[in-house]
Design a protein around this ligand. Sequence first.
Ligand code: SF4
Ligand code: FES
Length: 255
Amino acid sequence: MAASLTPAEILNSSDERRVGATPLVTLTLRIRRFNPQVSEEPWWDEFTIQVDPYERLVEALHQVKWHHDGTLTFRRSCAHGICGSDAMVINGRNALACKILVKDVAPKVTIEPIRGLAVLKDLIVDMEPFFDGYRAVLPYLVNDEETERERVQTPQERERYDDTTKCILCAACTTSCPIFWSDETYIGPAAIVNAHRFIFDSRDRAPRERLGILSEKTGVFRCRTTFNCTDACPRGIEVTKAIQEVKRAVLFDRP
Ligand code: SF4
Ligand code: FES
């Protein structure tokens, strides 16, 4: 039926989700601020703007920064849920600002930096402890065997770790974990997810090395299976399940 419509008709009959097609709504953003050059203590600011309800929250933050307070600081890049830069605590839950529609949080939204990492400024935290954990698990394929062709694997072997290939390193999982909040030395869900991605890859030759790292006291057995990580993951990765699979691999000394 749609094939018989002209392009103009398709545009006119198309959904109201087109930016600019719907009336603007009022959105108040309550944002936790911090700037060590201004104050040693954090504070809250509120900004009320008019914005398209089908815009993403990251665009509302842009509007605040560009038109109300240029000092507001936050990370973002792709605006499409791919780069993992803009994880924040939005109405109490970890999420990517670019994956939240304004209409789903209007008329008021509270935005804070992700927890468990030192705040550098406003919504920007120090990600180094997070990436230390990631680097520690050798997050790359290890295989020095000579080969004259590509390293093949069956669809079933590929499927084994498919879920954990989707990680974008946004840190939403790790910074939703109460164990990580109380002990920054815990390697954290994201590092375990990225270890899982290679431990269960049939082409990799260093699974035992990773399992050894994850069996240490900062490793996988610090997890108390609260499922916060799975709830927080914007990519829908079954983080807790991956952690359980790694625990089993450590216990039985095999992937
Ligand atoms: S597992 Fe999910 S929540 Fe954790 S870093 Fe990767 S994409 Fe983000
Ligand atoms: S800006 Fe890239 S994931 Fe949101």
